[in-house]
Design a protein. Structure first.
Length: 127
Protein backbone atom coordinates (compact mmCIF):
# COMPACT_ATOMS: atom_id res chain seq x y z
CA UNK A 1 0.00 0.00 0.00
CA UNK A 2 2.78 2.43 0.90
CA UNK A 3 4.66 1.64 -2.32
CA UNK A 4 1.61 2.47 -4.46
CA UNK A 5 1.09 5.75 -2.58
CA UNK A 6 4.78 6.69 -2.90
CA UNK A 7 4.71 5.88 -6.63
CA UNK A 8 1.61 8.08 -7.16
CA UNK A 9 3.20 11.01 -5.28
CA UNK A 10 6.47 10.68 -7.18
CA UNK A 11 4.64 10.53 -10.53
CA UNK A 12 2.65 13.66 -9.66
CA UNK A 13 5.80 15.52 -8.59
CA UNK A 14 7.69 14.60 -11.75
CA UNK A 15 4.72 15.56 -13.92
CA UNK A 16 4.55 18.95 -12.18
CA UNK A 17 8.27 19.49 -12.66
CA UNK A 18 8.09 18.60 -16.37
CA UNK A 19 5.15 20.96 -16.89
CA UNK A 20 6.84 23.88 -15.13
CA UNK A 21 10.11 23.32 -17.03
CA UNK A 22 8.20 23.55 -20.33
CA UNK A 23 6.66 26.86 -19.28
CA UNK A 24 10.05 28.34 -18.32
CA UNK A 25 11.61 27.31 -21.63
CA UNK A 26 8.78 28.87 -23.65
CA UNK A 27 9.15 32.22 -21.89
CA UNK A 28 12.94 32.40 -22.18
CA UNK A 29 12.91 33.78 -25.73
CA UNK A 30 11.93 37.27 -24.54
CA UNK A 31 14.09 37.32 -21.41
CA UNK A 32 17.51 37.45 -23.07
CA UNK A 33 19.34 37.22 -26.37
CA UNK A 34 19.27 33.75 -27.89
CA UNK A 35 22.23 32.10 -29.62
CA UNK A 36 22.67 28.91 -31.53
CA UNK A 37 23.74 27.22 -28.30
CA UNK A 38 26.95 26.50 -26.38
CA UNK A 39 28.97 26.54 -29.63
CA UNK A 40 28.38 30.31 -29.84
CA UNK A 41 30.68 31.04 -26.87
CA UNK A 42 33.39 33.43 -28.04
CA UNK A 43 31.73 33.95 -31.44
CA UNK A 44 31.54 37.73 -31.87
CA UNK A 45 29.87 37.71 -35.28
CA UNK A 46 26.60 36.01 -34.32
CA UNK A 47 25.03 39.00 -32.47
CA UNK A 48 25.98 42.48 -33.67
CA UNK A 49 24.15 45.68 -32.70
CA UNK A 50 23.93 48.15 -35.61
CA UNK A 51 23.20 51.58 -34.17
CA UNK A 52 21.96 54.94 -35.43
CA UNK A 53 25.38 56.51 -34.91
CA UNK A 54 26.68 54.35 -37.79
CA UNK A 55 28.73 52.03 -35.58
CA UNK A 56 28.43 48.32 -34.93
CA UNK A 57 28.86 46.79 -31.49
CA UNK A 58 29.42 43.00 -31.39
CA UNK A 59 28.32 40.97 -28.39
CA UNK A 60 30.62 38.02 -27.65
CA UNK A 61 28.96 35.38 -25.42
CA UNK A 62 30.99 34.15 -22.44
CA UNK A 63 28.31 31.96 -20.81
CA UNK A 64 25.18 30.54 -22.42
CA UNK A 65 22.27 28.84 -20.62
CA UNK A 66 20.97 25.39 -21.50
CA UNK A 67 18.23 26.93 -23.70
CA UNK A 68 20.77 29.07 -25.61
CA UNK A 69 20.25 32.36 -23.78
CA UNK A 70 23.31 34.62 -23.38
CA UNK A 71 23.94 35.02 -19.62
CA UNK A 72 27.26 36.90 -19.65
CA UNK A 73 29.07 38.45 -22.58
CA UNK A 74 31.65 40.96 -23.70
CA UNK A 75 30.21 44.01 -25.47
CA UNK A 76 32.82 45.53 -27.77
CA UNK A 77 32.29 49.30 -27.72
CA UNK A 78 35.74 50.33 -28.90
CA UNK A 79 36.78 51.48 -25.42
CA UNK A 80 39.59 49.29 -24.00
CA UNK A 81 38.46 46.20 -25.85
CA UNK A 82 35.26 44.68 -24.51
CA UNK A 83 33.12 45.54 -21.53
CA UNK A 84 31.89 42.59 -19.46
CA UNK A 85 28.05 42.63 -19.32
CA UNK A 86 25.63 40.37 -17.49
CA UNK A 87 21.95 39.56 -18.07
CA UNK A 88 19.68 41.27 -15.54
CA UNK A 89 16.21 39.68 -15.25
CA UNK A 90 13.57 42.19 -16.37
CA UNK A 91 10.38 40.17 -16.83
CA UNK A 92 9.75 41.57 -20.32
CA UNK A 93 12.64 42.20 -22.66
CA UNK A 94 16.25 42.06 -21.61
CA UNK A 95 18.95 44.17 -19.99
CA UNK A 96 22.67 43.52 -20.17
CA UNK A 97 24.52 45.72 -17.71
CA UNK A 98 28.21 46.37 -17.23
CA UNK A 99 30.45 49.07 -15.83
CA UNK A 100 29.30 52.38 -17.32
CA UNK A 101 27.21 50.75 -20.08
CA UNK A 102 23.90 48.91 -20.32
CA UNK A 103 21.73 47.61 -23.09
CA UNK A 104 17.92 47.51 -22.84
CA UNK A 105 15.91 45.73 -25.50
CA UNK A 106 13.00 43.68 -26.68
CA UNK A 107 13.55 41.17 -29.50
CA UNK A 108 15.61 42.88 -32.26
CA UNK A 109 15.28 46.49 -30.97
CA UNK A 110 17.59 47.84 -28.28
CA UNK A 111 18.81 51.02 -26.63
CA UNK A 112 22.52 51.22 -25.86
CA UNK A 113 23.26 53.49 -22.89
CA UNK A 114 26.68 55.00 -22.18
CA UNK A 115 26.06 56.53 -18.77
CA UNK A 116 22.99 58.52 -17.76
CA UNK A 117 22.86 61.00 -20.64
CA UNK A 118 23.98 59.14 -23.77
CA UNK A 119 21.53 56.74 -25.42
CA UNK A 120 21.64 55.24 -28.93
CA UNK A 121 18.90 53.24 -30.70
CA UNK A 122 20.14 49.95 -32.20
CA UNK A 123 18.88 46.87 -34.00
CA UNK A 124 20.33 43.36 -33.89
CA UNK A 125 21.92 42.03 -37.06
CA UNK A 126 22.26 38.27 -36.84
CA UNK A 127 24.65 36.33 -39.04
Amino acid sequence: MRAAFFKAVLTAALLGFATSAGILTAGAADLGLMTSGPGAIGNCSEIVFTCENGRQYPLCPIAVSVVGEVVTASLHTGHRGGTHVRLVPMGVGYRYAGRGVWLDGFRENALLNFGKHSQIACTIQRS
